[in-house]
Design a protein around this ligand. Structure first.
Ligand SMILES: [Zn+2]
Ligand SMILES: [Zn+2]
Length: 284
């Protein structure tokens, strides 16, 4: 039986950041790679991680916010250009519209490339599955996949991926909710939105505008402490925090979570590879 493996591609946020690419991660089961979210830079990050973009046949979108989908155009067309001939995209309602809008925008471009002799498969026949509600997500993948609705300002799903003996959960963007505790019950790895980590961007700001944004964000995301509390209640083994604004205080972020969670805490960084059983960490 193949082991599950998690690769963080982008651990950033909507704010452009040289240290952190846009939100995206890969769950691998042997040679099968499943992309979850597709932020800015995803295709290049895949290549840096040693995962061929064209090898990805499944993309799960937690929600359709710009930071999670900016990389889709490059992944869709670039991955096809590299030889991908099959793709299924699973996401909330609106995914089909987003995909079709992009295909229409690039119609002439795609026509040109197919006229050169490239088959249209892998771009013109992309299967889009819109998840309507929480529950099992049916795919051809050899994994049990469950979606649960998160608390965010647009329809957002967290996803649970499990084999017979390993589980990885991706929260997407969310404020604290019982649904993420339920979804990540006893998981080996929980990748959790911790966007409210302490950062110089907002800390001690005198700007009323920034202060207002920071206050509003409390309803949309989790702090490291809240991520730790969720992991503790759910009984997960490893908490991986992600979706960071620029210049977070990493020590403080780690401590906030570790103070309330007995398991392993990882402050996510781009290209970190995490394996469930031994919780071994290596950088690629
Ligand atoms: Zn969002
Ligand atoms: Zn986001």
């Amino acid at each position: 039986m193949d082991e599950l493996k998690l690769t963080l591609l982008g651990t950033g946020s909507p704010r452009p950041d040289l240290e952190r690419s846009g939100p995206s991660q890969v769950i691998s089961l042997g040679d099968t790679h499943i992309l979850v979210d597709c932020g800015e830079g995803t295709t290049a990050q895949l290549m840096k991680a040693g995962i061929a973009p064209q090898s990805i046949q499944y993309l799960f979108m937690t929600h359709i916010h710009s930071d999670h989908i900016f990389g889709y155009g490059q992944f869709l067309l670039g991955g096809w250009g590299l030889g991908r001939r099959k793709l299924t995209v699973i996401g909330p309602k609106g995914m089909k519209h987003f995909h079709e809008t992009l295909i229409n925008l690039f119609k002439e471009d795609i026509d040109y490339r197919t006229s050169l002799g490239r088959p249209g498969n892998g771009v013109r026949d992309v299967e889009i599955i819109e998840v309507e509600e929480a529950g099992l997500v049916r795919t051809d993948l050899p994994l049990k996949i469950t979606a649960a609705e998160m608390v965010h300002n647009v329809k957002t799903f967290g996803f649970r991926f499990e084999t017979d003996d390993q589980t990885v959960v991706i929260s997407g963007d969310t404020a604290p909710t019982p649904n993420i505790i339920e979804l990540s019950r006893n998981a080996d790895i929980l990748v959790m939105d911790a966007c409210l980590a302490p950062t110089a961007v907002y800390r001690n700001t005198k700007s009323a505008e920034l202060q207002e944004i920071w206050n509003s964000l409390q309803k949309e995301h989790c702090s490291p402490e809240q991520a730790g509390e969720i992991a503790q209640k759910a009984g997960v083994k490893t908490l991986v925090m992600t979706h960071f604004l620029p210049n977070i205080d990493e020590d403080e972020t780690y401590n906030e979570a570790v103070n309330v969670f007995d398991g392993e805490v990882i402050v996510g960084e781009d290209l970190l590879v995490i394996e469930p059983k031994a919780s071994a960490i290596e950088s690629v």
